[in-house]
Design a protein around this ligand. Structure first.
Ligand SMILES: [Zn+2]
Length: 328
């Protein structure tokens, strides 16, 4: 299966920061080891052109991001130290979602090994999210007349406030967010459908809520494309989640979303969103299982190869890179 990544464009982070920057190269290696994609099927994109982002975000916010002029308060809200490398990586991550979205229209399903930065809204960048890749991709498809109506299924454990801010007024977009009720962001911008889940919610209750949400969404909209944020942070061991899904439960979630959307004839673009396990390999397990589930649901080509069960492979050792100095 064709995949996109921006894993080689790193940025300076303080030591022991929670942003899982090592997840991305480990995931690239893992999907190749699993047989989900060949190494030459994993593509790196150029940074997305600024005009694509200007359709989504306020020009003044983009100016401050480009020039490193975020206020102290904005940078604290973002949770990541500004650097030119951060901006470059963010633009490459958006470009991956653009490419995956176009590919999904051709092949039924596709995935970016990144993106899902759903806390970025029209005039704010927060919660590790610099740009809203999903809304940028939708704007790009619309500009080329490839799609108009969209469904966003956001299964990251945090509510998709930035996406709701951007698509709330949009009559041709329907946003669904399933998230922990008592979790960030504490001041919500309402989605078209928000499902608040109690802390400790497990597999069965989650899947039931998901089915109900998909029932509503598929009654209320007939999208040309769906974006699925397959967050790994509803996992029971996640440091920033408060739910209790198991790894098989998360895979069942992915399969449910993909199968229901594909059965309705809706192309699906899958993005990673969050995942903050203490051991990054747990997050990689979950993300790799998602990629394998997408691969077997891609039309034609080599997506038909059956990857090894991603949850049963022995773990590769973590490749630790020396902590980068905080700078810039
Ligand atoms: Zn999250």
């Amino acid at each position: 299966m064709e995949l996109w990544t921006h894993d080689r464009w790193r940025f300076p982070l303080p030591a022991r920061h929670r942003f899982p920057i090592d997840k991305y190269p480990l995931l690239r290696a893992r999907v190749v080891a699993d047989g989900t994609a060949r190494a030459d099927e994993i593509h790196e994109t150029d940074p997305v052109p600024w005009p694509v982002l200007e359709r989504v975000h306020h020009a003044e916010l983009l100016r401050r991001i480009r020039l490193g002029e975020l206020s102290v308060r904005e940078e604290r809200g973002l949770g990541l130290p500004w650097s030119p490398e951060l901006v470059e990586r963010g633009r490459r991550a958006v470009a991956g979602t653009l490419a995956a979205a176009r590919h999904a229209l051709e092949r039924g399903a596709a995935m970016n090994l990144g993106g899902g930065t759903h806390h970025a809204g029209r005039a704010f960048a927060r919660g590790y999210c610099l740009f809203n890749d999903v809304v940028a991709a939708l704007g790009d498809l619309r500009a080329d007349g490839l799609a108009e109506r969209a469904l966003v299924v956001d299964c990251d454990v945090h509510q998709g406030d930035g996406t709701a801010d951007l698509l709330g007024p949009d009559p041709h977009a329907f946003t669904v967010s399933l998230h922990g009720a008592r979790n960030y962001p504490f001041q919500r911008i309402p989605s078209d459908l928000d499902i608040d889940l109690a802390s400790g919610t497990g597999d069965a209750d989650y899947l039931e809520a998901l089915d109900g949400a998909l029932d509503v969404a598929l009654r209320r909209c007939a999208p040309d494309i769906a974006f699925y944020l397959a967050g790994a942070d509803p996992w029971e061991g996640d440091r920033l989640g408060r739910l209790a899904l198991t790894k098989p439960g998360l895979l069942a979630r992915d399969e449910r979303v993909l199968d229901r959307l594909r059965a309705a004839g809706i192309p699906v673009c899958v993005v990673l969103a969050g995942g903050y396990a203490e051991d990054v390999r747990d997050t990689v397990d979950i993300n790799a299982a998602t990629a394998a589930a997408v691969a077997v649901r891609t039309d034609g080509g080599e997506g038909n190869r059956t990857p090894t069960s991603a949850l049963q492979r022995p773990r590769a050792p973590v490749i630790t890179t020396p902590p980068l100095e905080a700078s810039g």
